[in-house]
Design a protein around this ligand. Sequence first.
Ligand code: ADP
Length: 663
Amino acid sequence: MALALAWATWMPAQAWALALNETSPHRINLFNEIEILEDRSGLMTLEQVSAPEQKALFKRPVASGGELNLGFSSSTFWIKLPLWRSADSVDYWLLVVANSLIDEIDLFMPGQPPIFSGAARPITQRPVFNRHFLFPLKVPTTEQTVFIRVRSSGALAIPLTLWRPIPFGQSNIISTLLQGLYQGGLLTILTYNFLVYLTLRDRRYLLYSAYSLSLCAAMIAANGYGRLFLWPGWAGFDRISLNMFFSLAGASAVAFSSAFLNLQTRLPRLHRSLKFMVGAQLVFALLFLVAGSLAWSVTPIIRGHLILSVVMVGLVISASVHLLRRGFTDIRFFLLSWGVLGVGVLVAVAHAFGLLPSNLLTANAIQIASAAEMMLLALALADQIREEREHSIRQQRLAIEQLRQAESRLEATVQERTKELQTALNQETQLREQQVRFAAMISHEFRNPLAIIDGQLTLLTKEHERGIDRLDKRASIIEGAVRRLTAMFDRWLESTRLNRSPKDLDRRLLDLVPWLHRQMQTNAFRLSAHKPVLDVHHPQLLVWADEYLLEIALGNLLDNAAKYSSPGSEIRIETRARDGWVGIAVIDQGQGIAEHHRDSVFKEYLRVAPEGPVRGLGLGLSIAKDIVDAHNGRLELISRIGQGSDFCCWLPAAAPSDETIPR
Ligand code: ADP
């Protein structure tokens, strides 16, 4: 009562009575028409309170507008309403107490049987089947005093109004429709979110559905429909249903918030506190149920629960503010929704304790705030899902980009490795080809020194028969041929053993002029059937050359000139010099080489006329070309069918001052 007094001051009763006439409004707020007596013992009877000596104990609440709100109290209250009507006015009125949760509310009207109604009493005792407490009054034309006795374990908000029956019927239908809309909205949200949960299996949607369900149940308990239709015979449960469902709503709302804000990873300490809150809310739900079943007084439990709820809302709001400060912008709507609920809870608590006057807003603060909160939470959830989706899309894009980069790096590496492998393979193939060519060259070249030895021995025999002594000359030529053979073997063995190619030249500075004169002698046997001519135009022709290989190349060209031209025809060996190049040309007057064969004749094993009378392996020119190439030179061919061929080995000219071997 002390709290109620903070809001209302009490005035001594004075003579007055509510007069009803034709001009009276359809709905009359009785707040200003009543007097109240507090019976702390709860034992006073109608006779006692209506006794004239008690008149002075009745007091009149003064507060402009609003409704009667006495807060929590264990006292019994007697409300006195004197009234009468004019003769022209309707006699039938409805006294309406628009609160479904008053435990006991009894009406005493002189000349009529008392009506014992209230949430703690059977529904069948209500004079009118309605979610609120309705009392039909037959108002006499003489002043009568109606006494209303009220007692409740819950908050004593007693909105008393007097209605004309027809307008009340209309207003009742409208309020029923609005309640239906409200519950329908909650049920839609509940169903939708539960279906979303079934599809996404996201725990937040399940907790949100649980929250909607318990809030929906709490609202059904609060508006009186639960008692009318769901638990009509269970007055004990009706006393605690609202609080029990609110406890469950609190538990699911906190669990949802914790999951929504991801407190487990972001703010573990607050997460533990909220977990405790969930447990506490569930304990309160259980307490209410037990209290309802055992008919305990629920007033202290309700007070405790209200305090817990305020702390709970405060904790959730402070967690949200904390996270918002840390840059988690996806909780804006969430914070707003809890802010709205926070205001609603504060108003409701203040109203329940009698700190705020009772009116449409304060009496329905929880209902209005929770509806707004529900909407905002749905928005918050959608907003969070959108942010998460965007975040995961960004992550996906980043991962794809990283994958692409890794892929291109891998591709580049693979390309590089492939290139390296290809190069190594090419080198290996080249080396192999060179070795094979070198072996072929060696075997091909075996025949030449052997032919020289053979020729010299034949000449020696003939000369001996004729008594000519040229033993020294023949021996030296044979010796030279044997040396070549030995050198060839040496090089071949060396090449095979070391895997070296013929390009590993043994270069020395060589003057081609005296060298060619010597070659004319060495190769005389090759040109014995022809007219050899050495045409040297230059006093000195210096090159860096492997003398032995150059000899092989020249020998091959001379062999070919002899092979592919008629005996007796001229074979000219000529020196040339041009732009830093030095040339040795072998010119015959033989059959020549067709234009389209001029490149292919340098390939290994290629012969223009393999079936022709001239024997060969098709290696001579390729060996000669390899040797010239190895000297960084080029083998040039000029030829005309029927007129002869001109093979010229061009080598880079060297100066007498050259000291280093070119590579
Ligand atoms: P071989 O002489 O053992 O056949 P070569 O590689 O020395 O192998 O010559 C390849 C081919 O080039 C010969 O088969 C021949 O048809 C042609 N050729 C080479 N030299 C001449 C030349 N001086 N005149 C005409 N044809 C030639």
